[in-house]
Design a protein around this ligand. Structure first.
Ligand SMILES: NC(=O)c1ccc[n+]([C@@H]2O[C@H](COP(=O)([O-])OP(=O)(O)OC[C@H]3O[C@@H](n4cnc5c(N)ncnc54)[C@H](OP(=O)(O)O)[C@@H]3O)[C@@H](O)[C@H]2O)c1
Length: 257
């Protein structure tokens, strides 16, 4: 598909869903700024495609967030599409986990995403043009014992993004939340959920290609919520009508495997 964006910036571009989004954007001829900590991975993307600008940054730091925010606001080289995709989770019992890691998780999944959403819309709305895609998760639709902080950060991302979608309606700027279910990426290794590979059958897994494509197509069309895959569309719909007590009990059973 040809995309309406003349340029893009993708965080978390060094692997998984973000990397595939960069491949899709590059194949469609969209020049893209790629953001992550692993510069070597970003430089590999720049070798693979024309039109890639490497911006290595740690988005848990003020300096990293500032660097990316400045790039988003550039008047000389405007960014049409901002994808807040960088994120991670931590599996385990909340009070037994390293609190510094949990603080970084909130800083990346919530604070950096909020700051970059803010500069993106403050830049795009006066231009009356732009697209913002925030990567949330199906985990944001209900509590998730053993992934408690992750689910809470993603509930925030979905709520914030839906609010912003309505706030900017009619300005020419589109805002979408992408809520994937289980997707095979480095996420499982980083979040200590490798055991999901044995716990969950193949048919519940979506591919990073399917998720990335759905996200870019959905934001181009101005959808508020994008849930890739029939199974997860069902999960999202069920979450809206299931009693909260039952939903959190079921979620706890699923996390235990
Ligand atoms: N995979 C799933 O099952 C799944 C399901 C629902 C939602 N999601 C969401 O999808 C998004 C992408 O995840 P993924 O599955 O593609 O996982 P992934 O392969 O682990 O990719 C995560 C990306 O985030 C970047 N990142 C991590 N910490 C960062 C930091 N401090 N500063 C800058 N970048 C950082 C990583 O790059 P560096 O390590 O190089 O910095 C990497 O490029 C995340 O928001 C995740 O929560 C994933």
């Amino acid at each position: 598909m040809g995309y309406p964006f003349a340029s893009a910036l993708v965080t978390g571009a060094s692997s998984g869903i973000g990397e595939v989004m960069v491949d899709l954007l590059a194949d469609a001829g969209v020049p893209t700024v790629v953001v992550a900590r692993r510069r070597d991975r970003l430089e590999e993307l720049a070798r693979r495609h024309d039109g890639i600008e490497v911006l290595a940054a740690d988005l848990t730091t003020d300096a990293g967030q500032q660097l990316v925010a400045e790039r988003v606001t550039s008047a000389e080289e405007p960014v049409d599409l901002v994808v807040n995709n960088a994120g991670f989770g931590t599996n385990g019992v909340f009070h037994e986990l390293d609190v510094d890691r949990l603080t970084d998780e909130v800083e990346l999944n919530v604070a950096a995403l909020t700051r970059l959403s803010h500069v993106a819309l403050a830049t795009m709305v006066p231009r009356r043009r732009g697209w913002l895609l925030n990567v949330s998760s199906i985990a944001g639709f209900q509590a998730a014992p053993r992934l408690a902080v992750y689910a809470a950060t993603k509930a925030y991302v979905t709520s914030l993004t839906e609010s912003l979608h309505e706030e900017v309606a009619g300005t020419g700027v589109k805002v979408s939340a992408l809520c994937p279910g289980l997707t095979r990426t480095e996420f499982q290794q980083v979040s200590s959920t490798d055991h999901y590979a044995d716990t969950f059958p193949d048919f519940v897994w979506t591919s990073p290609e399917q998720v990335a494509r759905a996200g870019l197509d959905g934001v181009a069309k101005g959808r508020a919520l994008i849930v890739p895959g029939v199974i997860y569309k069902g999960v999202a719909a069920a979450a809206g009508v299931t009693p909260r007590g039952l939903a959190r009990k079921l979620s706890g059973l699923v996390q235990r495997g």
